[in-house]
Design a protein around this ligand. Structure first.
Ligand SMILES: Cc1cc2nc3c(=O)[nH]c(=O)nc-3n(C[C@H](O)[C@H](O)[C@H](O)COP(=O)(O)O)c2cc1C
Length: 316
């Protein structure tokens, strides 16, 4: 099934960050496409989905709901449950995550060691979603211990994948070293008409253009840089650096929180957003005071009133 992706700037999936509210705000700022964070397909197939993770609104479309798992049958089943219920633009299979818990479960990035099994997983999922007309995409790394991109790509393409996002590091690297975008270019040459998306170490809007030019890829993902600067999408669209004040950053967080309360219990939302707050205020005057106030907040009310107080203080 073909999927059209043409020079898109995409919010990368990030567990703990890219839930509905953040995706929506990034789309408003100019992200062309979003991905959910990874969801356990085996759990979904056996017990149903975690509603907070699968929740999204139409404004976040085009959206890929991302699953991971261990074997073709359960991944295909989990994917079917989500696809039939929510009709996302695509189901994405994660073959990149290499955190200990996931590797121990022999899922996601672990499977990079078994390109043929990756192919079987995609094939089974493509078959399951065909009646729904929903394509299957993947997000991969270069390999596990060594770069086996060509073999991986061959198996995925044969299995009918509709787009490949590549974070060009090995699984064993975690986030060390740097993303090797020459491998995104190599994948683009192999993939033919199947869209290729690159992901890794894009820190400024200018680098987005560089990646498109260097590799000919169809999409560039922005991950960590978007957590601390979601305005990067707007900067890219408007082709200029944007100075964002502390007050505007506080307003962003308050809006995100309000949206989160639609699908997260209030206190849980406030707890969840704290990790993002400290990143969003990186390098901003007043950051130390803000972080201190955030850490001291014992309840949601306190968090909100502290945010508002600091905003007043630094707007004057
Ligand atoms: C906190 C965090 C959580 C992540 N969670 C996911 C995930 O759920 N699914 C996925 O495919 N990649 C995940 N990634 C990888 C990112 O999508 C991206 O490929 C990687 O961070 C490199 O891009 P960046 O340098 O722009 O952040 C995660 C990365 C981070 C930092």
């Amino acid at each position: 099934m073909s999927l059209k992706i043409d020079r898109e700037v995409i919010l990368a999936p990030m567990a703990g960050y890219t839930h509905s509210a953040f995706r929506l705000l990034c789309r408003e700022l100019g992200a062309d496409r979003t991905y959910s964070e990874l969801m356990n397909a085996t759990g979904i197939a056996r017990r149903g989905e975690e509603k907070e993770l699968s929740f999204f609104t139409d404004s976040e479309r085009p959206i890929h709901l991302q699953v991971y798992g261990q074997n073709p049958e359960e991944i295909a089943q989990g994917a079917y449950v989500l696809a039939s219920k929510y009709r996302p633009e695509a189901i994405d299979i994660n073959f990149g995550c290499s955190v200990k818990k996931v590797l121990k479960a022999k899922a996601a990035g672990y499977l990079l060691q078994y390109p043929e099994e990756m192919g079987r997983i995609v094939e089974e999922t493509v078959k399951a979603l065909k009646p729904l007309g929903i394509p299957v995409t993947v997000k991969i790394r270069l390999g596990f211990y060594e770069d086996t991109l060509e073999e991986i790509a061959e198996n995925l393409l044969k299995a009918g994948v509709s787009a490949i996002a590549l974070h060009p590091r090995l699984a064993v690297q975690g986030f060390s070293g740097s993303a090797d975008w020459s491998r995104v270019k190599a994948l683009k040459e192999i993939a033919g008409s199947v869209p290729v998306i690159g992901s890794g170490d894009v820190r400024s809007w200018r680098q987005i253009d560089e990646k498109f030019e260097q590799t000919g890829c169809n999409g560039v993902m922005v991950g960590r840089a978007a957590v601390s600067n979601p305005w990067i999408f707007k900067e890219y669209k408007e082709r200029r650096d944007i100075e964002v004040s502390l007050a505007e950053r506080v307003d962003f967080i308050l809006r995100e929180l309000e949206l989160m309360w639609g699908y997260f219990p209030k206190e849980k939302a406030c707890k969840a957003i704290k990790a993002q707050i400290s990143q969003l205020f990186k390098g901003v005057r007043g950051k130390a005071k803000l972080n201190d106030a955030i850490m001291r907040s014992k309840s949601c009310e306190e968090l909100v009133s502290n945010l508002l107080r600091i905003k007043e203080e630094f707007s004057g």
